[in-house]
Design a protein around this ligand. Structure first.
Ligand SMILES: [Zn+2]
Length: 100
Protein backbone atom coordinates (compact mmCIF):
# COMPACT_ATOMS: atom_id res chain seq x y z
CA UNK A 1 0.00 0.00 0.00
CA UNK A 2 1.43 3.38 -0.96
CA UNK A 3 -0.95 5.39 1.14
CA UNK A 4 -2.64 5.51 4.50
CA UNK A 5 -6.15 6.37 5.57
CA UNK A 6 -6.36 9.30 7.91
CA UNK A 7 -8.77 11.93 9.13
CA UNK A 8 -7.74 15.27 7.67
CA UNK A 9 -8.86 18.86 7.67
CA UNK A 10 -8.61 21.11 4.68
CA UNK A 11 -7.77 24.80 4.78
CA UNK A 12 -10.60 26.68 3.05
CA UNK A 13 -8.13 29.29 1.80
CA UNK A 14 -5.26 27.34 0.27
CA UNK A 15 -6.77 23.84 0.19
CA UNK A 16 -3.78 22.35 1.95
CA UNK A 17 -4.84 19.23 3.79
CA UNK A 18 -3.57 18.53 7.27
CA UNK A 19 -3.45 15.21 9.04
CA UNK A 20 -4.97 15.15 12.49
CA UNK A 21 -2.41 14.55 15.21
CA UNK A 22 0.64 15.91 13.39
CA UNK A 23 0.47 19.46 14.70
CA UNK A 24 2.47 21.66 14.72
CA UNK A 25 3.24 21.39 11.03
CA UNK A 26 6.57 22.32 9.54
CA UNK A 27 5.03 25.08 7.40
CA UNK A 28 4.01 26.98 10.52
CA UNK A 29 0.41 25.87 10.68
CA UNK A 30 -1.04 24.13 13.62
CA UNK A 31 -4.16 22.38 14.74
CA UNK A 32 -5.79 22.71 18.09
CA UNK A 33 -8.25 20.25 19.51
CA UNK A 34 -10.96 21.74 21.63
CA UNK A 35 -12.97 19.33 23.67
CA UNK A 36 -16.47 20.63 24.32
CA UNK A 37 -18.73 18.24 26.20
CA UNK A 38 -18.89 15.03 24.26
CA UNK A 39 -18.14 16.57 20.90
CA UNK A 40 -14.61 17.50 20.04
CA UNK A 41 -13.70 20.33 17.75
CA UNK A 42 -10.56 20.99 15.77
CA UNK A 43 -9.37 24.45 15.01
CA UNK A 44 -6.93 24.92 12.15
CA UNK A 45 -4.59 27.87 12.13
CA UNK A 46 -3.11 27.84 8.66
CA UNK A 47 -0.03 29.82 7.73
CA UNK A 48 -1.02 30.42 4.13
CA UNK A 49 -1.92 34.02 4.89
CA UNK A 50 -0.42 36.66 7.09
CA UNK A 51 -3.44 36.57 9.25
CA UNK A 52 -3.93 33.02 10.33
CA UNK A 53 -7.00 31.38 8.98
CA UNK A 54 -9.08 29.93 11.71
CA UNK A 55 -11.54 27.20 10.92
CA UNK A 56 -13.43 24.79 13.05
CA UNK A 57 -14.61 21.30 12.47
CA UNK A 58 -16.58 18.95 14.56
CA UNK A 59 -14.64 15.71 14.82
CA UNK A 60 -17.66 13.78 13.69
CA UNK A 61 -17.71 15.75 10.46
CA UNK A 62 -14.14 14.95 9.53
CA UNK A 63 -13.69 13.09 6.30
CA UNK A 64 -11.33 10.26 5.67
CA UNK A 65 -8.55 10.91 3.19
CA UNK A 66 -6.01 8.70 1.52
CA UNK A 67 -2.56 10.07 2.28
CA UNK A 68 0.54 9.43 0.19
CA UNK A 69 3.76 8.40 1.90
CA UNK A 70 5.42 11.75 1.30
CA UNK A 71 2.50 13.69 2.71
CA UNK A 72 2.29 11.34 5.66
CA UNK A 73 5.93 12.03 6.50
CA UNK A 74 5.26 15.77 6.44
CA UNK A 75 1.91 15.70 8.15
CA UNK A 76 0.25 17.76 5.44
CA UNK A 77 0.00 17.96 1.69
CA UNK A 78 -1.77 19.26 -1.38
CA UNK A 79 -4.83 17.78 -3.01
CA UNK A 80 -2.49 15.76 -5.22
CA UNK A 81 -0.92 14.06 -2.22
CA UNK A 82 -3.95 13.76 0.00
CA UNK A 83 -7.24 12.91 -1.57
CA UNK A 84 -10.68 12.09 -0.34
CA UNK A 85 -11.17 8.39 0.05
CA UNK A 86 -14.03 7.42 -2.19
CA UNK A 87 -14.28 4.00 -0.62
CA UNK A 88 -14.85 5.36 2.85
CA UNK A 89 -16.77 8.51 2.08
CA UNK A 90 -19.38 6.52 0.19
CA UNK A 91 -19.95 4.34 3.17
CA UNK A 92 -21.80 5.47 6.21
CA UNK A 93 -21.06 6.19 9.80
CA UNK A 94 -20.26 2.57 10.56
CA UNK A 95 -17.00 2.80 8.69
CA UNK A 96 -16.04 6.01 10.37
CA UNK A 97 -16.59 4.50 13.75
CA UNK A 98 -14.34 1.65 12.77
CA UNK A 99 -11.56 4.12 12.05
CA UNK A 100 -11.37 5.46 15.56
ZN1 LIG B 1 -4.26 27.70 4.22
Amino acid sequence: MGYRLRHCVECPECCTRYLIGFSPYSNGSYLVSVGVDSSEECKLLCSCRRTLVCSRWNRNDLKIYEVSKAAYALGYGSAHEIWLSTRYSNQGEEQRKGMR
